[in-house]
Ligand binder design. Structure first.
Ligand SMILES: *Cc1c(COP(=O)(O)O)cnc(C)c1O
Length: 343
């Protein structure tokens, strides 16, 4: 893979913004370099633009060097940045599975980059050959989401491998739900595949959706390009410090995941008993996609009783489908109780 050929020329050629905190690293007693107000404390100083302390902790947990980690304002930030780094508006294109997470297309549209969708099959499985046929010389990125949203399933490893081995551009594998899955992360494969970017997030299994922290893992060269185009202080100090504290609670998080997986088992057992539930799709995520007789009707009936699920009725291959997040035991039981009143 020739990285320079894949990167937009303006991005490759440009010089990144250099902040005061980029120029001086280390400890000093008098900081007069960043036009900050010295009269306040705690939050008056600009944070580390590259979040090295936080990355150091994440690096240990994920088993990958800090140089291979990018942190952003949710994983939505790296989704946008990879498009801005690699795709020349109105010239290059992106190929992605369909249905999938909506932000890939939103970011492609904002950046005026053509977005090509390739339908999964009726089991929501990926056919690598079919996807590769949609690519051409201007395809810079392929977006895969595994486990996929809103379908819940893992994409087949062999199919992803075929794409990584064949495609000449960059492959993004979004693993927002990997902590709930029965398979391992693709992070371990980064050395083998220099064209791979893996996305993960603190929004799901870590229970930190409100702090907005997402991760991208890739070669040091790709990470440098993302850093070049990001806002200098894209992750604020409140988020950096708070997540750093949360990273010490690994056991608690493991217990949460076990609780949610049990909740998923409960819903997987109860939902098929309902006469209007036609199908409960297999899931490796913290949500379940179900097909029902009347998705709009059921959505409204649930909403009237104060239970909100996600109506996916108009999404490709998901006609008649609702997406249900696994809640607390109490919430799951309420959902099943309310559904039983609707029989
Ligand atoms: C929820 C979700 C994300 C998370 O986005 P954040 O910006 O990190 O909150 C990313 N990808 C997929 C597929 C998701 O479902």
């Amino acid at each position: 893979m020739n990285l320079q050929q894949l990167v937009r020329k303006n991005v490759w050629d440009m010089k990144a913004y250099s902040s005061a905190r980029d120029e001086f690293k280390g400890e000093a007693s008098v900081y007069l370099d960043a036009n900050e107000n010295p009269l306040n404390d705690k939050y008056n100083r600009y944070p580390d633009p590259l979040q090295w302390a936080l990355k150091g902790k994440i690096s240990k947990i994920k088993g990958i060097a800090s140089e291979n980690i990018f942190l952003g304002n949710g994983s939505d930030e790296p989704i946008d940045l990879v498009i801005r780094v690699f795709c020349e508006p109105r010239v290059d294109n992106i190929v992605a599975i369909d249905p999938t997470y909506g932000m890939y297309q939103v970011c492609a549209d904002v950046n005026d980059v053509e977005y090509r969708k390739v339908l999964l099959d009726e089991n929501f499985d990926l056919d690598a050959q079919k996807l590769l046929e949609k690519t051409d010389n201007n395809t810079k990125l392929i977006f895969l989401c595994s486990p996929n949203n809103p379908t819940g399933n893992l994409l087949k490893r062999e199919e992803i491998e075929k794409i990584l081995n064949t495609f000449q551009g960059v492959v993004v594998v979004d693993e927002a739900y990997i902590d709930f899955a029965s398979e391992d992360t693709w992070i371990a494969q980064l050395e083998k595949y220099p064209n791979l970017i893996v996305l993960q997030t603190f929004s799901k299994a870590w229970g930190l959706a409100a702090v907005r922290l997402g991760m991208a893992f890739a070669s040091a060269e790709i990470i440098k390009l993302l850093n070049k185009v990001k806002y200098p202080y894209n992750v604020n100090i409140l988020t950096q410090n708070y997540v750093s504290g949360e990273l010490d609670k690994l056991e608690l998080r493991k217990a949460w995941i076990q609780t949610l997986l049990k909740g998923r088992d409960y819903l997987n057992a109860e939902l098929p008993k309902l006469p209007f539930v036609e199908k409960v799709y297999p899931t490796d995520s913290n949500f379940i996609l179900i097909k029902v007789a009347d998705a709009n009707g059921l959505y409204n009936q649930l909403a009237e009783k104060g239970v909100i699920v996600r109506n996916r009725n108009t999404v490709s291959l998901c006609a008649g489908c609702l997406r249900i997040t696994v809640g607390t035991d109490e919430e799951n039981e309420t959902l099943i109780e309310v559904l039983n009143t609707l029989i």
